[in-house]
Write a protein of this length. Structure first.
Length: 67
């Protein structure tokens, strides 16, 4: 009775060695942002840095979890 409602799904994910879809999407987004920040193109790198450091809510890079 004291077991969380999502306990079964968590156990199944661990046993089947799968990653939830949301986590996969977050990982891909972070990877994309990292690639943009480290881009050889000055324009791409500048726009990504502006989005992270100055653009905040006006940029996808600056938003916190709202893609």
């Amino acid at each position: 009775m004291g077991v969380p409602r999502n306990c079964r799904s968590v156990i199944v994910q661990i046993l089947s060695d799968t990653i939830p879809l949301f986590d996969t999407m977050c990982k891909r987004s972070v990877s994309f942002m990292k690639n943009c920040l480290n881009s050889r193109s000055d324009v791409v790198s500048y726009v990504a840095k502006f989005g992270v450091y100055f653009g905040h809510q006006n940029s996808v890079f600056g938003r916190n979890g709202e893609l």
